[in-house]
Design a protein around this ligand. Structure first.
Ligand SMILES: Nc1ncnc2c1ncn2[C@@H]1O[C@H](COP(=O)(O)OP(=O)(O)OP(=O)(O)O)[C@@H](O)[C@H]1O
Length: 219
């Protein structure tokens, strides 16, 4: 059974001209330890699909299966619980907690999931180049530093499924490559399934599969 399986997802948004169909029957699966790249032109629906997978956006039709549990069919509290225990998120808005230090932000998700491991967190901070920034606050960080904290926070919780929306988009190429390599290494070592939105054909080429979204369908 797949860690994550999206089945026949349909999604429209309302607009002044009427409903706009963004996803028209999208199905995909991510297995344990598998890294899947999701590519597509700007506006093709990649972020929408990731938000749906995270249970943060309702579907018009379709299933979002984590094992046998359908995220899309759960009530709010059930979705939050499934997300907290199972899913790691790295979105374009980093959503760091402004009142918490970098160190506390890094540990935040893992603590919520009951999986906090101080040594693992310290090691992650070092590998993400954040060791000297642990007592700073998010507003005192550059965009790229904030992005690395957001990645560290998701990885520290050792999620079963990691959903990442252009996770290295704010980083220079060398830092981005190093952070991407760390994400791949941890996903493979821990059996995490990784679904990754990227505009980079180079990064997509390093993944196990690359799938392309066009006109609401996977090409
Ligand atoms: N809440 C919303 N209300 C109305 N339309 C929306 C909403 N969210 C997204 N859309 C529309 O859905 C389409 C897909 O948006 P989405 O952000 O998923 O694209 P994307 O492929 O992630 O784009 P990018 O690569 O630019 O981030 C776009 O046309 C966008 O305008």
């Amino acid at each position: 059974m797949s860690l994550l399986a999206l089945k026949d997802i349909h999604k429209s948004f309302a607009s002044a001209e009427g409903p706009v169909a963004v996803l028209q029957g999208v199905s995909l699966a991510v297995q344990a330890g598998e890294v899947v790249a999701l590519t597509g032109e700007s506006g093709s629906g990649k972020s929408t699909l990731l938000h749906i997978a995270a249970g943060l956006e309702p579907v018009d039709a379709g299933q979002v299966l984590f094992g046998t549990q359908d995220m899309a069919a759960l009530p709010d509290a059930g979705r939050a619980q499934l997300r907290r225990g199972t899913v790691g998120l790295v979105f374009q808005q980093f959503n760091l907690v402004p009142s918490l230090s970098v160190g506390a932000n890094l540990a935040f998700q893992a603590r919520l999931a009951g999986k906090h491991d101080a040594a693992f967190c310290t090691d992650l901070a070092a590998r993400l180049g954040l060791a000297d920034l642990l007592s700073r606050y998010p507003e005192q960080l550059s965009g790229g530093q904030q992005q690395r904290v957001a990645i560290g926070r998701a990885l520290a919780a050792r999620p079963e499924v990691l959903l990442a929306d252009e996770p290295t988009g704010n980083l220079d190429e060398a830092t981005g490559d190093a952070v991407f390599a760390l994400m791949l290494e941890l996903a493979r070592a821990q059996g995490t399934g990784l679904l990754l939105v990227t505009h980079s054909a180079r990064l997509a080429g390093q993944c196990d599969h690359a799938i392309h979204l066009r006109n609401g369908r996977l090409a």
